[in-house]
Ligand binder design. Structure first.
Ligand code: GLU
Length: 502
């Protein structure tokens, strides 16, 4: 069997969005599942749409996700260069080759001429298409005499190379995910293959590179499905064997209708990009999953399941597990609805799987500027991670470990504090003060004995105590809070509350 080689071929026209990450991930998973290679190729032939920094962004995003290419512009490889803008001389020879066949011709129509024709069609309520029905009336090497063509060439008239779409041929299209379909060439137009500056367009460069780089499987977004007929014919024209194709369905908006767009992130309040991206033109920052507190493992797990279900419907899978189980035949034909709640659920699950030490490193490297000993921070993490969706939640929900409450929740105060509470807690604080080994277990016993001696249920003491320590009726077990805050600070907080409710 031929070696499986799969490429991810983004154009550096902006940051990679969720759909792009999923394509890259499926490319990678399929390649690795088959023991093959995963290639990153940058398709930068469209200079008008080039965005500064986009290529670096793509590479950094893939690295953060753990989707590491075997060959890429930075890494190099057997088929370098991997940036299309650096492959011009390779394309030139294939331009010559296709022009010798009956599948291509040169066309001299200027942009203005084509605009005029387009407008004429529109005025009649028609749509102009440069195709097998119109090409003979336009200015190209099929309609003009050999002498006329030569004259234009001698005068250095700019021209493009167009594909000569055959007349009335039915093409069979095979897609691993979608099965078989057919298209008649009469609905396809004569696409430009080489622009007037000599650079190939996406279609031509793409098939040349896939051939040259020995790509066996093209797995890409469904927006490229309408181009499949042309691509199949380009392979035929060049006399090359075509790779196998798989087109991935869309990622849909949370409501289930319409494609998830780059602007939906701001609209629905979730990131649609893996990393923050600063638009070089406007300075606008689009939010990324990384900066929003997602763990890369949770992120790719979530992305992988947008359109693919592993055999036993397992939901939590590492990259290695996904690689083992990935099967293109199990990729869904229908669009996958994005869910913010589900992506948060994944992150929550992965926070639970992350060790306290690793979470500590994440928190210490964040912008929180935590000023606390490691040992204490580890204990806080241990107590708080169960309720955390993002690493920062550990701090946000456990702020009282770092600073004393400055106010007391009104509703909670009404519920927890009455006339007797102040003297009750003052007495309990004295109890705490005499406790030698200030650990949760001892505190719990003490609390229990104290409540019993007062003929009260534990809750009656615990509730105001929690209010004094936390400022509201939230948080983990009170004895755990007391131990972590420490004897001195705990007593100070009780006394603060007593003064406040005087
Ligand atoms: N450069 C194209 C894109 O950015 C690649 C499409 C393909 O994979 O063939 O979508």
């Amino acid at each position: 069997m031929e070696k499986v080689r799969v490429r991810f071929a983004p154009s550096p026209t902006g940051p990679l969005h969720l759909g792009g990450v999923r394509t890259a991930l499926y490319d990678y998973l399929f390649a690795k599942n088959q023991g093959g290679e995963f290639v990153l190729r940058i398709e930068d032939t469209d200079t008008a749409r080039y965005v500064e920094g986009a290529e670096d962004y793509i590479e950094e995003a893939l690295e953060w996700c753990g989707i590491i290419p075997d060959e890429s512009p930075k890494k190099g490889g057997k088929f370098a260069p991997y940036r299309q803008s650096e492959r011009r001389n390779i394309y030139d020879k294939y331009t010559e080759q296709i022009l010798k066949t009956d599948y291509a011709y040169i066309a001299f129509d200027t942009a203005e001429e084509l605009d005029t024709i387009r407008a004429e069609y529109e005025a009649k309520g028609d749509v102009f298409s440069y195709d097998n029905k119109t090409r003979n009336r336009l200015r190209n090497s099929l309609s003009l005499s050999e002498e006329e063509v030569q004259k234009l060439l001698d005068e250095k008239t700019p021209y493009v190379v167009r594909f000569k779409m055959p007349v009335d041929r039915t093409l069979g299209l095979v897609d691993i995910i979608r099965g078989n379909s057919a298209v008649n060439t009469d609905v396809l137009d004569d696409k430009v293959l080489v622009k007037n500056d000599g650079m190939p367009t996406y279609h031509f460069a793409n098939i040349i590179d896939d051939h040259e780089m020995e790509i066996s499987h093209v797995i890409r977004g469904e927006e490229w499905l309408p181009s499949l007929g042309l691509h199949i014919l380009l392979y035929e024209a060049m006399g090359w064997e075509a790779p196998q194709f798989a087109h991935l369905s869309l990622i849909l908006k949370p409501e289930g209708k319409g494609k998830l767009s780059k602007r939906d992130g701001d609209k629905f309040g979730f990131p649609v990009f893996p990393l923050n991206f600063t638009d070089p033109a406007t300075g606008n920052i689009s939010k990324g999953y990384r900066e929003s507190g997602y763990l890369p493992e949770a992120f790719i797990n979530m992305v992988a399941l947008l359109g693919w279900s592993p055999a036993d419907d397992k939901e939590i899978l590492t990259l290695e597990e996904m690689t083992k189980e990935f099967d293109l035949n199990k990729v869904h034909k229908a669009g996958a609805r994005f869910s913010k709640e589900k992506s948060e659920w994944f992150n929550h699950q992965y926070i639970q799987k992350t060790s306290d030490e690793d979470l500590m490193n994440i928190l210490k490297n964040s912008d929180l500027n935590l000023n606390i000993e490691d040992e204490k921070l580890l204990k806080i993490i241990h107590l708080m991670k169960e309720r955390a969706t993002f690493p920062k939640d550990i701090y946000e929900n456990g702020k009282f470990f770092f600073e004393a409450p400055t106010s007391y929740d009104e509703k909670a105060s009404k519920k927890a504090w009455n006339d007797e509470t102040s003297s009750l807690l003052t007495e309990f604080a004295e109890n705490l003060n005499s406790l030698n080994d200030f650990i949760s277990e001892n505190i719990k016993q003490n609390l229990h004995d104290f409540a019993e001696s007062k003929g009260l249920g534990m809750g009656k003491v615990m509730m105001p105590l929690r209010l004094a320590l936390v400022g509201e009726l939230k948080g983990p077990d009170v004895p755990d809070i007391l131990e972590l805050i420490g004897k001195e600070e705990s007593i100070a907080r009780i006394s603060n509350a007593v003064n406040n409710f005087k």
